[in-house]
Structure formats: C-alpha cells, structure tokens
Design a protein around this ligand. Structure first.
Ligand SMILES: [Zn+2]
Length: 217
C-alpha cells in the first residue's frame, strides 16, 4: 500500500550530462521529511526487476570535500561507476542524513570527541546525548515507487538499510556489497561500523593483516 506519494508539484526532472555521461535527474521534495532529495537515473528501469540501486546518505565532508575519515565519497563514486558499468540503475541522494541524521554541526562535534578522546562513531554521539541513527529511508522508497522500479539490488553493506526499504514496501532482491579500500584515517570508523553497527565489511581483516596503518593510529 502507498503510504505517501510524492505530489507531482514537488517533482522536477531533466537530463544531466556528467563526467560519467548522461543521467536523468529527478529532484523531489519529500512529503514527510520536507527535504529536497535527488535521484540520478541511468537507462531504462521502469517495471524492471533487480534494478541496481544505491541509497546514499549525504555527507558534505566526504562527498564534496573527499574527506578520508569516512568512506562516503568513495562509495558515492563506486556506486555511480557500477551503475554506469551496468548500463542502468538509480542513485538516490538523501539530504538531511548528515551523521546518520544528527546534522552537520553535531557530526563535526562528534569528530572532536573522536579525535581528542578516542571515542568511536557510536560513543561520540551517545556521549553528546545524540541518537546513533535516525535516518528515514522513506523518501528513497517513495521515489523508487514513483520511478516504478519492480525490485532492486541494493548496493550497501548495511542490512538495516535493506530492512528499512522493505518496511517501506520496496522489494529488495539482493544486497550487493559496496566495499571500498580502508585507509589510515577511516579504519577506526569502518571498524566501529562493522563491530558496533553490524555492517558487513569483510575486507577490513585484510587491511589489518597488511599492517598498513594498523598500529598507532
Ligand atoms: Zn561520510
């Protein structure tokens, strides 16, 4: 059942030529969270099954400025590359998701605690009295329904994201791992995501074994 459809007055579509070629941009204002989000669509996806999809939470520091302390920017690039390689797919870019939904100011405040107190991404939020994850994936489900995708293959390491989309009525045929190389600055963050948030990140073991940045960081 459709909980909320996006009003047509709150959607605009146009072609967008990028370094990776042409995508269809679907900008929309979500009727529930009020944010303006964006879907980038490649190829024919309507009524198809197994459409390759990335639902990406905005991260200004990682996505725009290529910060190395998280893997967001690399995942964004890798997901777009995969969609281009496949020839079709959707990247949904969700606003209002900074720091798993706590906002940019609060996120940077957690960075201070991580750098100065050695807290991880979870504890640095809870010490500040902030929730660990308050992201709403409803907007992604709503735009995927608007695009009439049949079922999706979700590029993610996070099974909670699969469950959230399914709860909003999206059929997830498979989860496709989206593993990017860890570096000395991101390894602690990624390890906390694996150990404390349940993300599937099997490649981190190889990073530790390589000794590259494993000690002293
Ligand atoms: Zn990030």
């Amino acid at each position: 059942m459709h909980d909320h459809d996006i009003p047509l007055d709150d959607i605009a579509e146009a072609d967008l030529v990028t370094r990776r070629g042409t995508f269809r941009t679907v900008a929309f204002r979500d009727p529930v969270d009020g944010h303006e989000h964006l879907a980038l669509v490649r190829g024919e996806i309507g009524k198809r099954d197994g459409v390759l999809v990335r639902v990406h939470s905005e991260c200004a520091t990682g996505d725009i400025f290529a910060a190395l302390r998280c893997e967001c920017g690399d995942q964004l690039d890798a997901a777009l590359d995969e969609i281009v390689r496949e020839g079709s797919g959707v990247l949904v870019y969700l606003r209002g998701h900074e720091g798993r939904g706590i906002g940019l100011v609060a996120k940077v405040r957690t960075h201070v605690l991580q750098d100065e107190e050695g807290l991880d991404t979870v504890d640095s939020a809870t010490v500040l009295g902030l929730p660990v994850d308050v992201r709403d994936f409803g907007p992604a489900a709503r735009v995927l329904k608007y695009l009439r995708v049949g079922s999706i293959r979700l590029m993610s390491n996070n099974n909670d994201k699969v469950r959230a989309l399914e709860a909003h009525g999206i059929a997830v045929q498979a989860r496709v791992p989206l593993l990017v190389q860890a570096n000395d600055h991101s390894i602690r963050y990624l390890t906390a995501k694996r150990d404390r948030l349940g993300h599937e990140l099997p490649h981190l073991d190889a990073h530790s074994r390589s000794g590259f940045g494993a000690a002293g960081e």
